[in-house]
Design a protein around this ligand. Structure first.
Ligand code: VGL
Ligand code: ZN
Length: 204
């Protein structure tokens, strides 16, 4: 069975948010169009404690965009974003949340980030998503959301590595693009890992 996986469609990743993704709000309509075509819809939320180690503010003298070691892996530092329970962590108000069957919250451990919906960035802890999918008979995931070059990419790479069939809806994703071309390169990496990349109009 296939499920739709909506990645981090949260206020702080919208153009008006704390970690703005250009045109990030364009993914909401794509999510709302596709959701009714799925028997199971899963959504992730980036869900950080206020002192999360991925926040530049947690490291005196550091600024967003700096890279430091965190939890044994290289970590890009970000502005404070998606703090648990704050408005920035909520789903975009136009997202059809009634269609969502299951929410996965990630990035809760202050000592390590979790871009992927499956594992933290050091691949030490499992979020429980793969077990949830297996329990519900899900072997195919259709993925869209924010951001292409971080949480979408690592979710897709981990999902493919776990053996799920993965389709990424290209026009349902937008990139941070810290470096120009990061989003396009992320799609190349996802394809190389075996993911299908499709426009939502071509998805059947
Ligand atoms: C994300 C940067 C930091 C994402 C989350 O959802 O892609 N990016 N936290
Ligand atoms: Zn985050």
């Amino acid at each position: 069975m296939r499920a739709l996986l909506l990645v981090d469609i949260q206020n702080d990743f919208m153009p008006f948010g704390a970690l703005p993704v250009t045109d990030g709000d364009a993914v909401v309509a794509v999510a709302n169009q596709l959701a009714p075509r799925f028997g199971l819809v899963i959504a992730t939320q980036d869900w950080h404690p206020a002192d999360h180690g991925s926040f530049a503010s947690a490291h005196p003298g550091r600024a967003p965009g700096d890279v430091i070691p965190l939890g044994g892996v290289d970590q890009v530092l970000w502005p404070d974003h998606c703090v648990q329970g704050m408005p920035g962590a909520s789903f975009h108000s136009a997202l059809a949340v009634g269609a969502i069957d299951h929410v996965v919250r990630k990035g809760t451990d202050p000592a390590i980030d979790s871009y992927s919906a499956f594992f933290d960035n050091g691949h030490q802890k499992d979020t429980g998503l793969s077990a949830y999918c297996r329990t519900h008979g899900v072997d195919e995931l259709v993925v869209l959301g924010l951001a292409t070059d971080y949480c979408v990419k690592y979710t897709v790479l981990d999902g493919a590595g776990l053996g799920f069939g993965i389709t990424v809806i290209e026009d349902g994703c937008r990139a941070v693009d810290l470096e120009e071309g990061d989003g396009a390169r992320a799609f190349d990496e996802m394809r190389a890992a075996g993911a299908r990349v499709l426009a939502h109009a071509d998805f059947v």
